[in-house]
Design a protein around this ligand. Structure first.
Ligand code: NAP
Length: 307
């Protein structure tokens, strides 16, 4: 039986692995469908402390993994397909059929940005199509960009992008924003921001050059199409926490984010760290920090159990 199984291998999971490995708990890390998580779809990471020149997202993850492995973390490219957290020991069923028993589970399965779903959009993710202005905004200095969405995230992204971009066009499918009044007002008042109301992105241009060059927009009221020249498309239509496999087993909010108090879920011995429990900050550094907290909480829990 395992003492600690960490599900997910982004900054939260790998930091939890580092700390629990150094506590001699021999953690098993189940890396999941997208090993490394959202950072592996980012290029330069310029806001992770300790790298004054920035670091590539995949490289940062590789370094974190190596650091955890150095202290004995066992990282495996496996995915949990079923979890039974109703009694000790917890049972996790993996792809391929194996079952693992463990005293502690740290859930660090992250969240996935929602995308529109166009084929041209999918092909250009990481090449001008992104879902994180904080990560990629600075690459669009003096260039026109577009943001899709009408919620608080879209407003926040658009306002942040005005620091760099020459022009920001917010593309929203309805004629009013879902965002809070104050964020909507700030967005509408900004001289660098235009809004394309009742509009959706119909195609992202640039697939042949592997870099976004523009968008075909469609007015949903008139079906009229038009082109917009942009160098970047920021998709801000929400995130979905990766919690399907834990549905009904731990408390979540309406969207599916795990509810946790200092990483402790409502199930003793089950901890949650990183974006899977954080609809607010969603940064690599905050995820890493909560991975550390989950590891320390897990250590304390095991000690209290006499394990
Ligand atoms: P959200 O509130 O769910 O808004 C998503 C937006 O994307 C909506 O305007 C929606 O349009 C649009 N959308 C969804 N699917 C789409 C699609 N397929 N094509 C085009 N547009 C689509 O998500 P969010 O903005 O990420 O915010 C999530 C939560 O975090 C909210 O509770 C928000 O208040 C909170 N948040 C708060 C702050 C802050 O306070 N500073 C910052 C960020 C987020 P419709 O409006 O037509 O549905």
């Amino acid at each position: 039986m395992q003492k600690v199984v960490i599900i997910g291998s982004g900054p939260a999971g790998l930091t939890a692995a580092l700390y629990t490995a150094r506590a001699n708990l021999k953690p098993l890390v189940l890396e999941g469908i997208e090993p490394g998580g959202q950072l592996t779809t980012t290029t330069d990471v310029e806001n992770y402390p300790g790298f004054p020149e920035g670091i590539q997202g995949p490289q940062l993850i590789d370094e974190m993994r190596k650091q955890a492995q150095r202290f004995g973390a066992d990282c495996q490219f496996k995915t949990v397909v079923k979890a039974d957290l109703s009694k000790q020991p917890f049972r996790l069923e993996l792809d391929g059929g194996d079952t693992i028993e463990t005293a502690v589970v740290i859930i660090a399965t992250g969240a996935s940005a929602k995308y529109i779903g166009l084929e041209s959009e999918q092909k250009l993710i990481g090449h001008g199509v992104t879902s994180c202005a904080t990560c990629d905004g600075a690459f669009y200095r003096d260039m026109p960009v577009a943001v899709v969405g009408g919620g608080d995230t879209a407003m926040e992204e658009a306002l942040f992008l005005t620091r760099f971009a020459s022009q920001v066009t917010v593309i929203h499918r309805r004629d009013e924003f879902r965002a809070s009044k104050i964020m909507a007002e700030r967005t509408l008042a900004h001289e660098k921001i235009d809004v394309a109301w009742n509009t959706v992105v119909d195609e992202v241009y640039g697939v042949e050059k592997n870099l976004v060059s523009g968008l075909r927009l469609k007015n949903v009221k008139t079906d009229e199409c038009s082109d917009l020249t942009v160098d970047g498309l920021f998709v801000a239509i929400g995130h979905q926490p990766n919690t399907d496999v834990f549905k009904g087993q731990v408390d979540t909010d309406d969207v599916g984010y795990i509810l946790a108090q200092n990483t402790r879920t409502n199930v003793a011995g089950v901890f949650a760290a990183g974006d899977v429990t954080d609809p607010t900050y969603r940064q690599a550094i905050t995820a890493a920090g909560s991975g550390c907290m989950a590891a320390l909480e897990a250590e304390r829990y095991l000690e209290a159990q006499g394990q």
